[in-house]
Write a protein that binds this ligand. Structure first.
Ligand code: ZN
Length: 315
């Protein structure tokens, strides 16, 4: 490997134009070393997921002082419209049709504003021609921090192991519900891809940001861009297999005592109660279909059909 001191530069990429003629653009960091693999990293497709950019600021400090074999391309704020609105989704005023950026990859050049943004970003990624991609997200306190990879993708699994979160979730890549996700789109284009769900959306959390920075650094070590041995961490592998439990009624969902992320539930266990917040009567008392570890949990208002709990099967 030809590791040389990093040359860093930033550029911008135009994503699209607002009615006032204001251009929306993203900042692109390029960390270039000697010859070697190329890696693309992005964060904040969802505007409230702040620990991705916080992680990438830490990574920036580390990479600028590093010797690197290859190139790292980083977009810290992939969806500036959602970020500035402090909104999970792109505000409906700009795009009511495709508000969730992570359901629209690889985008559409002549589509809605959000679809055009994605198409321009995808163009940037195609130009970068990466050997691997990392997508940083952050969940609510009711989501277990974890890293996801395609169940059948050996390289992505290895990178997810290197990323080092305590839980690793193998997800089927052919699920219809996954259509339009960045990770799936990249995988279909032949690029090993992982998605990290860091802790605590809406706030900057020092431990979550460190987890993200360490995770990307270890991925770069696993790919030999950076020197160093990837430290072995204890990681629980889960399979995204058992059906999630969805709400059969709309109402307020209160999880049962002992139902929390990280807990292992058995088939038939009660999950809690969906009740009428105005009339107080119970509307549904869902139970676990297939046992597993809770990695995501709804808590509060739920609409019929929405996911109450997501379980991963120990693998
Ligand atoms: Zn997200």
């Amino acid at each position: 490997m030809d590791r040389t001191p990093v040359t860093h530069r930033t550029t911008t990429r135009q994503l699209g134009r607002l009615p006032s003629s204001r251009e929306i653009e993203v900042t692109v960091h390029r960390y270039v070393g000697g010859s070697g693999p190329r890696v693309y990293v992005q964060a904040a497709q969802h505007g409230i997921e702040l620990n991705g950019p916080a992680a990438l600021r830490r990574l920036h400090g580390r990479l600028c002082d590093a010797r690197l074999a290859g190139e790292v391309v980083v977009v810290p704020v992939a969806n500036p419209l959602a970020f500035d609105a402090r909104s999970y989704l792109t505000p409906a005023a700009y795009d009511a049709r495709a508000p969730n950026m992570n359901r629209r990859w690889p985008g559409e050049e002549s589509g809605s504003l959000g679809e055009r943004f994605v198409a321009r970003l995808w163009g940037l990624i195609e130009d970068a021609d990466p050997d691997a991609v990392v997508d940083l997200h952050a969940g609510t306190p009711d989501m277990l921090p974890h890293v996801r990879h395609g169940a059948d993708d050996e390289t992505a699994r290895r990178l997810a192991e290197a990323f080092g979160t305590p839980y690793r979730l193998a997800a089927p890549d052919d699920a219809d519900s996954s259509a339009g996700k960045f990770r799936i789109t990249a995988a279909r284009a032949g690029i090993p891809a992982i998605t990290a769900e860091l802790a605590n959306s809406r706030t900057v959390s020092r431990p979550a940001a460190e987890t993200g920075a360490d995770g990307v650094e270890r991925v770069l070590q696993a790919l030999d861009l950076l020197a160093g041995t990837v430290p072995t961490v204890e990681q629980t592998p889960l399979h995204d297999e058992p059906a999630s439990v969805r709400a059969t009624e709309s109402g307020l969902f209160e999880p049962a005592d002992g139902v929390a992320v990280g807990e292992r539930l058995s088939a038939g266990e009660p999950l809690g109660t969906v009740y009428n917040p105005a009339g107080f009567e119970s509307l549904a008392t869902p139970t676990v279909a297939d046992g597993g570890v809770v990695y995501s949990l709804a808590r509060g208002t739920v609409v019929a059909g929405e996911r109450l709990v997501a379980l991963g099967a120990p693998s």
